[in-house]
Design a protein around this ligand. Structure first.
Ligand SMILES: [Zn+2]
Length: 479
């Protein structure tokens, strides 16, 4: 039987702040000695009082706005009660019925065009400590305890693995753009949880069960988990069984899941308002200020590049991959009004420049090529002063030395030869060496084009291809 995927995501993102969510401990705990970033608050000692981190709340509001959410002007923190050794208070401070952001919407590019993914909520909470299992012993490190976490919850709107991947990548890109998080997945700064079930194609109701897989630390593993669960759940449904509603975990990065526990209902957590933190209110002005100071989002940038600059989707997508890359491109096209030139600059940048950076592990900030230099290169090409063969040849030197195209061209005498006499001479030589061409042209009038390449080769790419084309046709007519 063929089934349709029903997937909702929960994503935990470490907000980028100096200190933790409710205390002044340094939030940059990664690779610090165990329990070196702790205090009575994040150790959950009795009597310690939490004070909310304003910056973290702002980050949560920003992400909510970026995901098209409404903002609760009256909000509060709640206690989510459960026992676990890495949660010394016996509860996690989270948000229950009044999250900062709710009812958002994100557009993704799906197989059948644009698709909307509804965002249920965006709320703020604190991370837990870390249990380290070593043989029969379990050790606890509370450096991560109390690090601010923003949780994004989507509605079960995903129907294809590809859509999940697109959304996950776009979300990661967005949080990095707006500075909410570095979203470094290797450091656990972004983790996914997938809620998944299957229904028969054509059915409208949501399935009666839901399987949750927690703590997925990379987008590729997320894809593998979905593929594995699709197979596992399909097989059960084919046998007439209903998969158990449960939480499943991962043992490794293969995507294979195993049963952990039967899923808790939210009332198992006995949520109640956090008595030590007063409710939080926002004014319209405060919300507006967060919106105003936010940079252009990747999706909007892409749409603008396509609409205003006439770039195609793939090229625009490559340009917006990182905020730095998009900003570099925007500076390179500053003052350029002709979209043909904009598109040329874009192509040289994503093609040759980025390829050079990847091959030589060079970062944008270390690039010796300035925006003006790339603009000049394209300009020389358009003026017919150099051929594209020469441009391709000198760009690596520009990247390596920081020398301008015009300087290299001059130094090496690479300027295009427009001298018809010199060109005609080579043309004659090439035609004489390829006498079959006239015969070929009877079948295919464009057969002579092959000679252009031969002439260019003879002249080390320094001829103007249009002049060569004309010269060849004239020489052939004389024959
Ligand atoms: Zn602390």
């Amino acid at each position: 039987m063929v089934y349709e995927l029903i997937i909702g995501l929960e994503i935990h993102i470490h907000a980028k702040t100096k200190s933790k969510m409710f205390c002044r401990c340094d939030a940059k705990y990664f690779s610090a000695p165990p329990n070196s970033h702790v205090c009575p608050v994040c150790l959950g000692l009795p009597g310690a009082l939490p004070v909310p981190n304003k910056k973290a709340i702002e980050q949560c509001i920003k992400l909510s706005l970026a995901l098209g959410c409404n903002i609760n002007k009256f909000s509060k923190f709640d206690r989510k009660n459960y026992f676990y050794p890495d949660l010394p208070k016996g509860y996690q401070i989270s948000q229950y019925d009044l999250p900062f952001g709710y009812e958002g919407n994100v557009e993704i590019e799906s197989t059948a065009g644009t698709k909307s993914i509804r965002i249920t909520r965006v709320h703020m909470e604190e991370d837990t400590g870390k249990s380290i299992h070593s043989g029969a012993k379990t050790m606890l490190d509370f450096n991560k305890s109390g690090v601010p976490l923003v949780e994004v919850v989507t509605e079960p709107d995903f129907r294809e693995i590809k859509d999940v991947t697109f959304f996950a990548k776009r979300l990661r890109q967005t949080v990095k753009y707006i500075g909410v998080s570095d979203a470094d997945m290797e450091k656990g700064q972004m983790r996914f949880e997938v809620n998944m079930s299957l229904r028969k194609v054509g059915e409208a109701a949501l399935p009666k069960y839901k399987v949750e897989v927690k703590n997925i630390g990379s987008i590729s593993v997320l894809e593998k988990v979905i593929a594995y669960e699709l197979k596992r759940q399909s097989e059960l449904l084919d046998k007439g069984e209903t998969p158990v509603q449960e939480t499943r975990g991962l043992r490794d990065l293969t995507g294979v899941t195993h049963s952990q526990r039967i899923k808790e209902e939210s009332n198992d957590y006995r949520y109640f308002p956090e008595p030590d933190i007063p409710p939080i209110t926002f004014t319209d002005e405060q919300i507006f200020a967060n919106r105003e100071t936010m940079c252009e989002l990747p999706t909007d940038k892409k749409a603008r590049y396509m609409k205003d600059c006439g770039l195609d989707s793939a090229l625009a997508e490559t340009l917006i991959a990182t905020k730095g890359r998009a900003e570099w491109f925007e500076q390179a096209i500053e003052g350029v009004t002709d979209n043909k030139v904009v598109s040329q600059i874009a192509k040289w940048f994503v093609g040759d420049v980025i390829a050079f950076m990847n091959a030589n592990k060079v970062k944008l900030a270390q690039l010796k090529l300035s925006h003006e230099m790339l603009r000049e290169l394209v300009e020389l090409l358009n003026l017919g002063k150099i051929s594209s063969t020469i441009a391709k040849q000198i760009l690596p030197e520009m990247l390596e030395t920081g020398k301008k195209a015009s300087v290299i061209v001059k130094e090496k005498g690479l300027e295009v030869v427009n001298d018809e006499g010199a060109i005609n001479e080579i043309v004659k030589k090439v035609i004489a060496a390829n006498p079959k061409v006239l015969e070929d042209m009877k079948k295919n009038p464009a057969a002579y084009k092959f000679l252009i390449g031969q002439v260019m080769k003879e002249m080390q790419g320094k001829a103007n291809p249009q002049v060569v084309d004309k010269a060849i046709l004239e020489a052939l007519q004389e024959k």
